[in-house]
Design a protein around this ligand. Structure first.
Ligand code: UDP
Ligand code: MG
Length: 136
């Protein structure tokens, strides 16, 4: 059965800073994701706080929002069958040390906070996150 989905992907500041944008995009393309929308932006801290609101009670929330707003990021809408789960698999575990070989975070992640990419984790969050960046 067809389950064509869209998910939000972010190339985080640590990866943009190391000029990994094209390399990471090429991994998505090679894995049959279509990049249907994309832009490079720099968030204000307030915007990062809204984006990561689901984590507002976590001890790492403030640092996380400082980090996401610390430099340019590339936000993309990725389209594929089961894109949400497929992107999570391709990204690998949150902590690059625990990510499997062949995943983006294993290859490029520096640490649990500087883990190079974000990906939506559910259809509901994918919709909210896509709207956050791309609703006109
Ligand atoms: N994070 C962190 N410390 C932690 C857990 C998470 O800095 O102990 C950061 C990490 O960059 C992660 C983000 O917070 O990507 C969001 O956490 P989540 O659990 O949603 O992980 P993800 O969905 O990104 O794998
Ligand atoms: Mg998450």
């Amino acid at each position: 059965m067809s389950n064509m989905e869209e998910t939000l992907s972010i190339i985080k500041p640590d990866a943009v800073e190391r000029n990994l944008e094209e390399k990471i995009k090429s991994i998505f393309i090679k894995n049959n994701f279509q990049i249907t929308r994309q832009k490079k932006v720099k968030l204000e801290k307030k915007e990062a706080e809204i984006f990561y609101k689901v984590h507002e009670t976590k001890p790492f929330y403030n640092e996380l929002c400082n980090y996401l707003s610390s430099g340019p990021i590339v936000v993309m809408v990725l389209k594929k069958q089961n894109a949400i789960l497929e992107n999570r698999k391709l990204m690998g575990a949150t902590d690059p040390l625990e990510a499997e070989v062949g995943t983006i975070r294993k290859e490029f992640g520096i640490s649990i906070d500087k883990n190079s990419v974000h990906g939506s984790d559910s259809p509901e969050n994918a919709k909210t996150e896509i709207d956050f960046f791309f609703k006109n």
